[in-house]
Design a protein around this ligand. Structure first.
Ligand code: NDP
Length: 445
């Protein structure tokens, strides 16, 4: 790490010692930027990194709601508006019991660079709450969402901050959040993305992150003369990103042999039947273990870490942060895995990432590979502003072009830094260049 980056990291560790995911993300990014920073010593005088690692605003708030038994529940909500250098804050809302300020900061920080890579005018933000939608009735989820939005609405807007979905925030939650925003403000504006098609959503948004991941992977593998065709693919998770990554991987000729949820994983040597997964997860909100009731030849194994021991050529971690550690990386490589694409945000631990790069595995880092979701969210914003509705094909074509461009920007920046094929360095540098240029142009703000 260069001396400027090391000084900023030491300071961050001192002041934010308890925010371990944020520190992990910041360490990876600042280490990647080292070579670039060496060539741009003027950035230190401008205090660029000091400003880059500090959110413009971090909002925390109480979310009281009443459960079906009449008991008052209180959760903790957050919105971190990290950077508006290149556009309104943009990033999802995570609903999961593990949510805390450090996790939201890590996600918001990654989002700045991801959003810059999309080439669209969106800044970086993220929010969420330690509320767990799992096991709650629709009415409880609605009351929670209404309470959450009753505080959040004053901080967001079509031209200031546009939240979207993330873990635990799907179509149902976005609908309830949007309804409450409209009710309080009286505005029918594109303030949330991932909306339903009948009230301002974009075709292709549901599929965008998973499809975009596969488009990125196809570009990356193509350079090495490889493709999805006839490859075994392992996809972790069975949520929004995982389902559509699995769908596109299969359409591109791959055979998805394993998927998971936070309890365990299924292996189906005949190829996972996605219609069963979709019915279980999207419609019935059940556990993945029920898959074997519909496909008796498949196996269910309790515990999710073991999924990485299933032999495959291509691994797509699409569940959550730090789900793939060094042992998992070793098992994947030993079993012939040659390409890894991060559908989730920071699913690989730092030592797992280092191991993949050392072993010459084609590695698509999350902020580049999963940027398709936010890219189509920005396209939803464009359609809302124009009061237009594009076709699925139109959106999908734009998504493909955006993912190709993200790959090319990452590849070029990696070359420029003397690290060809290292898309971790490439994505970080390419995103940072754009954000830092905008920050410099706008003065010390
Ligand atoms: P969903 O809530 O739809 O699905 C999440 C999946 O991951 C579920 O299968 C869930 O299992 C599993 N999971 C969640 N937490 C854990 C955990 N602690 N351990 C193991 N498995 C877990 O979320 P998304 O598909 O939207 O998001 C998945 C990842 O992709 C996240 O990292 C998110 O930040 C990232 N991402 C999402 C985008 C989007 O457009 N949705 C865009 C870019 C990135 P279970 O049901 O058991 O909880």
């Amino acid at each position: 790490m260069n001396s400027y980056a090391a000084r900023i990291m030491a300071d961050l560790k001192k002041r934010n010692g308890h925010e371990k995911e944020f520190l992990q993300a910041a360490t990876e990014v600042l280490a990647s930027l080292s070579l670039y920073l060496e060539k741009r010593p003027e950035l230190e005088k401008l205090g660029l990194l000091e400003r880059f690692v500090e959110p413009e605003r971090a909002i925390g708030f109480r979310v009281p709601w009443v459960d079906d038994q009449g008991n008052v529940q209180v959760n903790r909500g957050y919105r971190v508006q990290f950077s508006s250098a290149i556009g309104p804050y943009k990033g999802g809302l995570r609903l999961h019991p593990s949510v805390n300020l450090g996790i939201i900061k890590f996600l918001g920080f990654e989002q700045i660079l991801k959003n810059a890579l999309t080439t669209l005018p969106i800044g970086g933000g993220k929010g969420g709450c330690d509320f767990d939608p799992k096991g709650k009735s629709d009415n409880e989820v609605m009351r929670f969402c209404q309470s959450f939005m009753t505080e959040l609405y004053r901080h967001i807007g079509a031209d200031t901050d546009v939240p979207a979905g993330d873990i635990g925030t799907g179509a149902r939650e976005i609908g309830f959040l949007y309804g409450q925003y409209k009710r309080i403000t009286g505005l029918y504006e594109g303030v949330l993305t991932g909306k339903g098609l009948v009230y301002g959503g974009s075709l292709g948004r549901t599929e965008a992150t998973g499809f975009g991941l596969c488009y990125f992977m196809a570009e990356m593998m193509n350079v090495a003369g490889k493709s999805f065709a006839d490859r075994r693919v392992v996809v972790s998770g069975s949520g929004n990103v995982a389902i559509y990554a699995a769908k596109k991987a299969a359409e591109l000729g791959g055979k998805v042999v394993a998927m998971s949820d936070s309890n365990g994983y299924i292996v189906d040597e005949d190829g996972v039947d996605l219609s069963v997964v979709k019915q279980l997860k999207e419609v019935e909100r059940k556990r993945i273990k029920e898959y074997v009731l519909h496909r008796p030849a498949a196996r269910y194994i309790e515990g999710c870490a073991g999924i990485w021991t299933v032999p495959c050529g291509i691994a797509l971690p699409c569940a959550t942060q730090n789900e793939l550690d060094l042992d998992a990386a070793r098992a994947l490589v030993a079993n012939g895995c040659f390409a890894v694409g991060e559908g989730a945000n920071m699913p690989s631990t730092q030592d797992a990432t280092d191991y993949f790069l050392e072993k010459g595995v084609l590695f698509g880092p999350g902020k580049a590979a999963n940027a398709g979701g936010v890219a189509v969210s920005a396209l939803e914003m464009s359609q809302n502003s124009q009061r237009l509705h594009w076709t699925f094909e139109e959106v999908d074509t734009r998504l493909k072009d955006i993912m190709k461009s993200i790959f090319e920007q990452s590849a070029m920046a990696a070359e420029e830094c003397g690290k060809p094929g290292n898309y971790v360095v490439g994505a970080n540098v390419a995103g940072f260049k754009k954000v830092s240029q905008a920050m410099i142009a706008q003065g010390v703000v």
